[in-house]
Design a protein around this ligand. Structure first.
Ligand SMILES: [Zn+2]
Length: 411
């Protein structure tokens, strides 16, 4: 055999010895986790055993449900992707049978209940009904949606959904309570995550009166932030830590209140249209006069000429309109549901406390009053007592997403 032939034989052998392509490193199917995608719901949907599903996605705590916004690996190419309904009922299998239109006895058999009259103790029951995928949701909640599948620091987070019974009493993310509004069978809830929020999977918890708490982890992704060193001189440097704390304390007594009325009816706007550039984003870690980076920028800075008009970002009621020591000329608007926007360092305050404003109403003029080093507008946004990124709120339009949750138009 010539060298050339040996070469081709070797090339041929190489292909013969390769495994046939279908078994070749096929990526395992991945499922992105939504609210209610618990081990039980996913096992039922994909026709798998819940224990096998957990074994493919090991976690030190086997009682922990998959994190919303994360992904889980399905152990084999799943044989089914079957629609269905799942519920933890208030009463019995009978209620679930009536709701899903499935006959009682086959339903009991499919859910491993010896008798349809046995109490179900809120365990998840499944039925092959409807054309949606089964979600293991809180007792009495038929729909649960999140504004962000994975949460991030510095965001206004929204939850919306539908209830089957009265009694939705509270929602929490980790230890913080959402501001909640229920209108007939619909509900919306908001919360803010600060710029220092630690990444991880933290529980989203829902409480219905008289039912066990429902909880599923919700993924908090890490944030990325810039660092900024500032040097304060003159009058700005003379402002003391006590004055800063005092003003902050006074404002938080307002910001921690939630007006139940939702005032906005259209997307939020920016409070200024005629600016030079954005000079500081929300969340920038800050050091003053060489000190530690222990604070972050609580709003967005727009540099602009002195006297440039400043507008209401959305409809609401003016709750502060005065000259403050640190923030200078200040207008704060309550938009309802614990959402407040503020504009600061104004040379001129053109609003009165108690006044109702429409989006785009002029409320002041750009200046450099208070703790400020030049003409600029500092704009902040608080959701449920926490500063969030106003630009993200504006771009992601969570405001309209929430209104849609109450069945209202937003334009
Ligand atoms: Zn600022």
């Amino acid at each position: 055999m010539s060298r050339r032939n040996i070469f081709w034989v070797l090339i041929g052998l190489f292909f013969v010895l390769l495994p046939p392509s279908p078994t070749q490193a096929q990526p395992l199917p991945i499922h992105t986790v939504f609210p209610g995608d618990t081990w039980d719901a996913l096992a039922w949907r994909y026709g798998l055993d819940a224990a096998a599903l957990q074994a493919a996605n090991p976690h030190p705590n086997p009682l922990r449900q998959p994190a919303i916004g994360g992904t889980i690996t399905l152990p084999t190419p799943p044989p089914t992707n079957r629609p269905g309904q799942m519920s933890r009922t208030f009463g019995s299998l009978l209620e679930f049978s009536l709701r899903t239109g499935q006959p009682l006895y086959p339903l009991a058999r499919d859910n491993d209940l010896l008798d349809p009259m046995w109490p179900t103790f809120y365990r998840p029951l499944a039925a092959a009904a409807g054309d949606t995928f089964p979600r293991d949701l809180p007792v009495g909640v038929s729909r649960l949606e999140l504004s962000h599948l994975a949460a991030q620091p510095g965001q206004g987070l929204g939850v919306r959904g539908q209830v089957m019974h009265d009694g939705l009493s509270a929602l929490w993310f980790d230890a913080a309570a959402f501001n909640l509004r229920v209108e007939e069978d619909r509900f919306v809830a908001v919360i803010g995550t600060g710029a220092f929020y630690r990444p991880g999977d933290w529980p989203l918890t829902v409480a219905m009166t008289g039912a066990p708490l429902w909880s599923q982890p919700w993924r908090m992704s890490p944030g990325t932030w810039e660092f900024q060193d500032l040097t304060l001189t003159g009058a700005a440097a003379a402002i003391t830590a006590e004055q800063i704390a005092e003003e902050r304390e006074r404002l938080f007594t307002l910001w921690n209140q939630a007006t139940p009325t939702v005032y906005w009816q259209e997307p939020f706007r920016l409070p200024i249209t005629d600016y030079l550039r954005i000079t500081a984003l929300y969340g920038v870690r800050r050091s003053y006069n060489g000190g530690p980076y222990r604070s972050y920028h609580e709003g967005v800075d727009f540099s602009a000429y002195g006297g440039t008009p400043v507008y209401a970002a959305a409809a609401g009621q003016v709750v502060v309109a005065e000259m403050l020591t640190v923030r200078g000329g200040t207008v704060i608007i309550d938009h309802g549901l614990g959402i407040y926007s503020g504009v600061y360092h104004l040379s001129d305050v053109m609003a009165q406390v108690g006044q109702m404003v429409a989006p785009g109403d002029p409320v002041g003029a750009v200046g450099t009053t208070g703790l400020s080093t030049g003409n600029h507008l500092h704009w902040d946004l608080l959701v449920a007592g926490t500063w969030v990124n106003g630009l993200a709120w504006y771009e992601q339009n969570v405001a309209c997403w929430l209104l849609a949750g109450l069945g209202r138009p937003c334009s």
